[in-house]
Design a protein around this ligand. Structure first.
Ligand code: ACM
Length: 649
């Protein structure tokens, strides 16, 4: 428990500098906001909504430069200072954006027990780009939930929400000019404009993505003339063959009008244009495309994609926008474009080597279901060598051992690696957590997003030397009590709706979904991928597969097991498991019961070893064996038992 003396020690992300945090917190009375100079409407609204219920006493706010019209932008000043005296709390910032963060910090302090005279916090982010990419296409995320996401991002001091608005399975941007493109479930341009304004009031930029020239099956169903082959409706996930035909003028005319609509809604200077996973098959099979490649002196299909990117870049430049692309856009003659790294350690430096700024995402894929500490250890500016070493070490992590071959498979992405010889002229702008939504929909979103996003938020805000993961997990538990980030009640309801009793819910929370894309691919497609082929392979999931099983509602990392494993708890945990297992488990995956039976046996064995009834080494090796996937479930308590038993004398 945190005592009221050191509430600053609960802050997440950790501020740049905190002094005077040891004195006892004082009682301060009802919050009263006092302005030095002009009041700022955005800060005022946030302060009133957040602080009015907290006993902050006098809060004096001083903002050097108030601009309540502009949207937040890449180079905004987000620094703030909080100084506490017996009489008042003084919040100073250069801009609205810093003041908003200061209020968030004050809220966390007050919720943890208050502030003390002499506390002084000086804070500013390490990176200007601190984002979260949400795929709202594979599954539609209802608009109301996007507002909740914005609220959660603000609490984490993240400042970019990147919306992946189109893909093979749908098109969520409610274009007025191209209504045939638009999926039934979509956001209208007005709705998006309102969301942009809501996010701007909270210091959050919205970056739209229309993914071209691949991932466009849905576009081609509406406008087959934009491709070079016939396309078929697809409910599948994975890389599709359909791509836009870069030789056709009408494709660029359509893109010009579409991106003009995008620019109308999204004021940010950046638009994401995708560019990932372009399957070259159609272009290779088309005589017209091949002739075009020759005629334009392009080397190959990769050169053709780069030609296409130049055209798209020009369209967006004419709209006053810069482009971002996934790291497949890397090319020796690529246009001006920010590169979003996603394929492992080396594409970041390949971008910097061609003087392109980079957004780091490869270590921050939330849909891989990795635990928070794994994301947390990857510094966006770590040397390539140490990043590769960390990637290599993942297969040794007990929790990821079951997907070790898949982790090796990703080493193919290291082809073309470049060692930076000079200080690069381009920068790492920051990073983005990515949540692809093949296995995420509205009801499952809170569990998928909030359990690990704080780790990435801290990595992007706090200094590089803030990397104690135990301390992170301690602060995480406090942070996750805020309603914006808490999924407990919701998860409970989802599991109750499946017919589980309270005790069954308690023990299934000791399970986790298996990692990487093992759920999404299933055994057959996983084997195919590891052997170098992809589609068509039977996969367990497609767009219409309901996400309504126990595994869908589990947090990717079970935080509930972290504090359970102690000598005095083991008997009680075993009995709890027994009682839960003795109940009826109708309509629930059989593997839930198998994984819990393995957990129960592991608990008994651990007690036997700790009481000297069995040899510890023998028990440890049985536990290692039992810690394996049971269908899509992992018994997440077992690694904690292994650690505990290993450490126990
Ligand atoms: C990606 O994950 N296909 C960018």
């Amino acid at each position: 428990m945190i005592s009221p003396q050191n509430t600053a020690a609960t802050l997440l992300p950790k501020p740049f500098r905190v002094v005077g945090q040891d004195a006892p917190a004082q009682s301060r009375g009802a919050t009263k906001i006092i302005w030095v100079g002009d009041a700022d409407a955005r800060t005022e609204a946030y302060a009133v909504s957040i602080l009015s219920k907290l006993p902050c006493g006098s809060v004096v706010i001083q903002i050097a430069l108030i601009d309540d019209v502009s949207a937040p932008q890449e180079d905004m000043d987000e620094a703030y200072e909080l100084g506490v005296t017996a009489e008042q709390i003084l919040l100073k910032a250069h801009s609205t954006w810093g003041a908003l963060h200061g209020i968030t910090t004050l809220r966390q302090l007050m919720s943890a027990g208050g502030v003390s005279d002499g506390l002084h916090i000086t804070d500013s982010p390490r990176f200007s780009w601190r984002g979260c990419m949400l795929d709202v296409t594979r599954h539609f995320i209802p608009l109301a939930q996007l507002y909740q996401v914005v609220d959660g991002l603000q609490l984490l001091k993240l400042n970019v929400l990147h919306l992946h608005l189109s893909d093979d399975q749908g098109f969520r941007f409610g274009s007025r000019i191209w209504p045939k493109l638009v999926s039934e479930e979509h956001y209208t341009m007005e709705q998006l404009s309102e969301l942009v304004a809501y996010a701007a009031d909270r210091g959050i930029r919205l970056i739209p993505e229309l993914d071209v020239p691949g991932h466009v099956t849905h576009w081609l169903l509406a406008y087959p003339q934009w491709g070079s082959e016939e396309v078929y409706a697809s409910q599948r996930f994975g890389v599709h063959p359909g791509c836009l035909d870069p030789t056709r003028e009408e494709v660029y005319a359509a893109l010009s009008s579409l991106f003009a609509e995008i620019a109308e809604v999204f004021p940010d200077q950046y638009v994401h244009v995708g560019g990932d996973e372009v399957n070259p098959k159609w272009w290779q099979r088309s005589a017209a495309v091949q002739a075009f490649i020759v005629e334009h002196g392009l080397a190959d299909e990769r050169g053709l994609q780069n030609y296409f990117l130049h055209c798209v870049q020009q369209i967006l430049a004419s709209l006053g926008r810069q482009i971002i692309g996934w790291d497949e856009v890397l090319h020796e003659q690529m246009p001006e474009c920010v590169v979003q790294n996603w394929r492992g350690a080396t594409t970041r430096d390949r971008a910097l080597a061609v003087a392109r700024s980079c957004i780091v995402s490869a270590p921050y894929y939330l849909d891989l279901h990795f635990p928070a500490d794994i994301h947390y250890q990857f510094d966006p500016e770590a040397s390539q060598q140490s990043w590769l070493a960390m990637e290599n070490a993942l297969a040794e992590d007990r929790r990821l051992r079951h997907i070790a071959p898949a982790l090796s498979w990703t080493h193919q992405w290291r082809a073309g690696a470049i060692e930076l010889e000079h200080e690069p002229v381009a920068n790492v702008l920051g990073g983005e957590a990515c949540l692809w939504a093949e296995l995420v929909d509205g009801p499952t979103l809170p569990m998928r997003l909030w359990s690990r996003l704080p780790a990435i938020a801290e990595r992007l805000w706090s200094s590089a030397d803030c990397h104690d993961s135990e301390d992170f997990y301690r602060r995480l538990l406090t942070l996750l009590e805020f309603p914006e980030l808490s999924w407990d009640a919701h998860q409970n309801q989802c599991l109750q709706d499946l017919g589980l009793s309270a005790i069954q819910i308690e023990v299934v929370r000791w399970l986790e979904p298996t990692k990487w894309y093992s759920r999404l691919l299933g055994a057959q497609a996983m084997q195919a991928r590891l052997q170098g082929s992809e589609m068509p392979q039977a996969r367990p999931y497609q767009v219409h597969t309901p996400l309504n099983r126990v595994v869908d509602f589990l947090a990717p990392e079970s935080l509930s097991v972290r504090n359970l494993v102690r000598e005095e708890n083991l008997q009680e945990l075993t009995e709890k498991c027994d009682r839960a297992l003795a109940q009826l488990w109708s309509g629930v995956d059989g593997e839930v019961v198998t994984a819990l039976t393995a957990t129960r046996d592991a608990l008994q064995l651990t007690q036997d070893a700790s009481a000297g009834r069995r040899a510890k080494d023998q028990v440890l090796s049985v536990l290692e064996e039992r810690y394996q996937p049971y269908g899509e479930y992992l018994p997440a308590l077992i690694p904690h038992l292994i650690d505990w038993l290993t450490e126990a004398g």
